[in-house]
Design a protein around this ligand. Structure first.
Ligand SMILES: C[S@@+](CC[C@H](N)C(=O)[O-])C[C@H]1O[C@@H](n2cnc3c(N)ncnc32)[C@H](O)[C@@H]1O
Length: 295
């Protein structure tokens, strides 16, 4: 592009960006161009339309150019713009973390519902990545105490940055590094009202779309031959960390839900319910420990 300051409007830049992305074969050229122009201009949604005729500064055009080059290279839009919305949060997202998925917003919702059964719930989000699930709980459930854990120090650096963005809720959040429950102090055993996790669950042999395989962190995705290497041990151990009538909320692939639900019952949970996401696909298991009124 390389246009001089004051010579080109945001409308022209948007049109040109759409054409460039289409020519480069980017699938969601319209959406990508729009988000990139929004990010470069600082105007979002209807605000951008109001400023369409304004000229872009040289600095903004340079920012736009660098984002366009990354998108045309195939990098996911979320990493290119560096932030993505998740429920009520605007999360920092980069290649150190998995991009939070829409179905995970529903999983976070189920964890929130489980937490709301208690007055001052203590909740842990294991393998938090951006912090999407745990920070949603902290933001949407007043009085909750939330722990975020991950094995990746890189991911936790992103979660920490997102924690700052939650304002007052941040005071109720603790971050710790380590493998699953090992990240937590032993004294916390038996004290969690909710354990929630979206662990890696992709089978070793499963083909991933190139954009996921080439750009997102492998350790956030793969979990052994059957994809159950993390799900089953988390379910087994969760029993020791939950209060009576506490809840385990686990995200997984549709064809893993039955096995995981049966495993939960086998290791001592009183109930294990499979939940479907908005597209109707079995997406999570919500299991409760004994001690509820129906036991
Ligand atoms: C599928 S991603 C989910 C990220 C985030 N919770 C979300 O829903 O967007 C799985 C996360 O688990 C973390 N992880 C992988 N192995 C782990 C382990 N052994 N202990 C703790 N976290 C682990 C990864 O670093 C990654 O952040």
């Amino acid at each position: 592009m390389g246009l001089d300051e004051g010579t080109v409007s945001w409308q022209e830049l948007l049109d040109e960006s759409i054409s460039r992305l289409q020519e480069a074969g980017v699938e969601d050229a319209l959406i990508s161009a729009r988000r990139i122009v929004e990010e470069a201009s600082g105007f979002e949604g209807a605000e951008l339309v109001l400023h369409f005729t304004e000229p872009a500064t040289k600095r903004c055009v340079a920012h736009l150019d660098s984002m366009m080059a990354r998108r045309m290279d195939g990098e996911p839009l979320q990493y290119v713009v560096g932030r993505w919305s998740f429920r009520m949060l605007d999360l920092l997202v980069d290649s150190r973390v998995l991009i939070p998925r829409p179905e995970t917003e529903e999983v976070a919702g189920w964890a929130i519902e489980e937490a709301q059964r208690f007055e001052t719930p203590t909740v842990v989000d294991l393998g938090t990545g951006t912090g999407a699930i745990g920070l949603s709980v902290a933001t949407e459930v007043e009085q909750s105490l939330v722990y975020l854990t991950d094995l990746s120090s890189d991911a936790l650096a992103v979660a920490r940055a997102n924690l700052i963005g939650t304002g007052r809720a941040a005071a109720r959040v603790t971050i710790s590094e380590g493998s699953w429950f090992n990240a937590l102090h032993q004294d916390l055993q038996g004290s969690f009202n909710v354990v929630v996790s979206n662990p890696p669950y992709v089978r070793e042999d499963d083909e991933l779309p190139a954009v996921v395989r080439d750009w997102e962190p492998g350790m956030a995705l793969r979990a052994g031959a059957d994809g159950l290497n993390d799900l089953l041990p988390i379910a087994t151990e969760a029993i020791d960390w939950l209060v009576p009538d506490g809840a385990l909320v686990l995200e997984m692939a549709p064809d893993q839900t039955q096995v995981v639900a049966e495993h939960c019952l086998a290791v001592g949970f009183a109930s294990a319910e499979v939940r479907a996401d908005l597209s109707g696909r079995a997406r999570a298991v919500v299991a409760r420990t004994p001690g509820g009124t129906t036991d």
